[in-house]
Design a protein around this ligand. Structure first.
Ligand SMILES: O=C(O)CCC(=O)C(=O)O
Length: 318
């Protein structure tokens, strides 16, 4: 940490920063894209917000692709369609109101284009290195809250879901598809929480119910400073998988949209989560996969290996 202060002082006072060893920054690689300030900011906070990274035209195209899926005009292999727990049982209407999240759109070429956008990959490479896998894709369509507070996303660390390591070579990109602010449930992050370890997660005990797979951190310091990431359409935040984050209720009448991908270095390796804090999610995912594909010898790692797609470099491991 002392070294980080040295670099900060040096860069703000205009001194030559090359004297300081870039290896001291463990969360990003030395590269031509990130400034020293941006690298230090990610090091200290665990996230980096880049304004206007994705064009309005691309976002409009993702929206059209999403709406076609909602209207059931296309069938996408492997796609997981999720509904909000408090509106899932309401009368079915095949439009966006029925869907709170799409996961695993790697077989939908238009949405998957997001994961291959060169401007996103350029940033991702700063954290993963040159061999990059797109491991997990999501389009989140946070519905207006029904009054049950189920549109909230509990505070969590994404690493809980991933049976691969090292954590520092994994990064999420999350792009606002419209103006996102506190009223419609922006991301909330605990800066610096990525310096901690992976915590125990489980379903929070919320009165109104909790959406499927929305595990939350069992204990986190309620006094830890919070940052609400208010973003404009096209703004993109990159964040570390140990960063504790979640999102608030959508108190508007609109559906708040974001598109996201978790990337990992293809050099990462799978771990066995049995006997760890991840055992509960591993079991849940295996049971869902067994039901969906009518197989019972699938492992947690398999469920990731089949979804991962190489987007740059060589598929060296994952
Ligand atoms: O978009 C959101 O509301 C939060 C998404 C998120 O953190 C997740 O799905 O892991």
């Amino acid at each position: 940490m002392a070294l980080i202060h040295c670099i900060k002082q040096a860069s703000t006072s205009g001194q030559n920063v090359t004297y300081y060893q870039p290896q001291a920054l463990r969360y990003s690689f030395d590269n031509d894209l990130l400034s020293t300030e941006q690298r230090i900011s990610y090091e200290e906070d665990g996230f980096l917000l880049i304004k206007g990274l994705v064009s309005g035209e691309d976002i409009d195209r993702f929206r059209v692709a999403f709406e076609r899926i909602c209207r059931r005009e296309v069938q996408v292999p492997g796609l997981v369609v999720m509904r909000d727990v408090s509106i899932a049982k309401s009368e079915f209407v095949p439009n966006q109101k029925a869907i709170s999240k799409l996961q695993d759109f790697q077989e939908e070429p238009e949405l998957f284009r997001y994961c291959n956008l060169p401007q996103i990959l350029n940033y991702v490479e700063c954290f993963t290195g040159p061999n990059i896998m797109a491991m997990h894709t999501m389009l989140i369509n946070k519905p207006p809250d029904t009054g049950n507070k189920t549109s909230r996303h509990p505070m969590h660390q994404d690493l809980h879901y991933f049976p691969f390591r090292p954590a520092d070579r994994i990064v999420c990109s999350w792009t606002a598809m419209e103006k996102i602010h506190r009223q419609n449930g922006c991301l909330v992050v605990l800066p610096g929480s990525h310096h901690g370890t992976l915590k125990e997660h489980d379903y929070p005990e919320w009165e109104g119910g909790v959406n499927k797979m929305y595990h939350g951190v069992r204990d986190h310091d309620p006094n830890h400073p919070r940052v609400h990431l208010e973003m404009d359409k096209g703004d993109t935040v990159f964040f570390h998988p140990l960063l504790i984050h979640g999102s608030g209720m959508n108190q508007t009448q609109g559906f708040r949209k974001a598109i996201s991908c978790h990337y990992a270095s293809a050099d990462c390796y799978y771990i066995d989560v049995r006997g760890t804090t991840q055992e509960n999610i591993g079991q849940e995912v295996k049971e869902i996969a067994a039901r969906k594909y009518a197989v019972n010898d699938v492992t947690f790692e398999d469920t990731w290996a089949v979804r991962g797609r190489l987007v740059q470099g060589d598929r060296t491991n994952l």
